[in-house]
Write a protein that binds this ligand. Structure first.
Ligand code: BTN
Length: 236
């Protein structure tokens, strides 16, 4: 890993993209102390004040069908395990790839892929972890490790542990069992959910996540719907 730290930038996604386009090696990591224009999924703003861990990893995998979504699931699964092991928190994954603890969001993941013809030029995985910051005033459904554990956490240690584990997963991990492993920590399954996309809203019971990472819903009328992206709200 080659880690580049910036005290304050707009977004590690933008910086990593620039570096990737200039040909930086795979496993380059861009970390920011603070982001002034942090980006979330579905064009949302991601509030990234001091104290959080905001980073983007540049990967350059050879093309394999479906690899893009697998890397996301691999990242959330690895991070859930790392958080559980290091801090004993009851971390769970929420489809598609948020991480919650005590039903509050503590991690968001955003990835961007660039292809050149049939080749992947890069896949950048951006991860935002609420560590020692307190997002609750802007995001009532979010929390941070510090809020949950009542102590400050070393962001360096967390980052290095995660990167180690992630590298191991990418090199030796069992991608065939990735989704079934991921489902062990899935908070979304067997719950009544509402999934909102840019063009529709689906409501139903989340019955499964298939091998392509899509969420399978059983709608009110008994029909089955496969949802490939969107914002998932858990009904209580
Ligand atoms: C989401 O849940 O909407 C995804 C949030 C991803 C946030 C991270 S923080 C590091 C990287 N830089 C960004 O601007 N966004 C991602």
């Amino acid at each position: 890993w080659k880690i580049h730290y910036f005290k304050e930038i707009n977004s590690t996604m933008d910086m990593a993209r620039e570096m990737a386009k200039k040909g930086c090696p795979e496993f380059t990591v861009v970390v920011a102390g603070q982001q002034n224009a942090g980006r979330g999924r579905l064009k949302r703003v991601w509030i990234s004040s001091q104290g959080g861990l905001w980073f983007t990893i540049v990967l350059r995998p050879r093309i394999v069908p479906g690899l893009g979504f697998r890397i996301n699931f691999c990242a959330s699964l690895t991070l859930v395990r790392t958080l559980r092991r290091m801090f004993g928190v009851n971390a769970m994954v929420k489809w598609p790839n948020d991480i919650l603890a005590d039903e509050k969001k503590i991690v968001g993941i955003l990835s961007e892929m660039e292809t050149e013809g049939d080749e992947i030029s890069f896949i950048n995985i951006g991860i935002g972890i609420n560590v020692n910051n307190d997002p609750t005033s802007e995001e009532p459904n979010a929390s941070s490790l510090k809020n949950i554990l009542n102590r400050e956490i070393s962001r360096e240690e967390l980052l290095l542990e995660f990167l180690n584990e992630f590298e191991h997963q990418m090199n030796h991990g069992d991608f065939d069992n990735l989704i079934s492993e991921w489902k062990k920590y899935a908070i979304t399954l067997n719950r009544h959910v509402k999934v909102v996309t840019t063009h529709d809203v689906s409501e139903g019971l989340a019955t499964d996540v298939d091998e392509e990472g899509a969420l399978i819903l059983r709608l009110e009328d008994g029909s089955i719907k496969r949802v490939i992206y969107g914002d998932c709200f858990h009904q209580h």
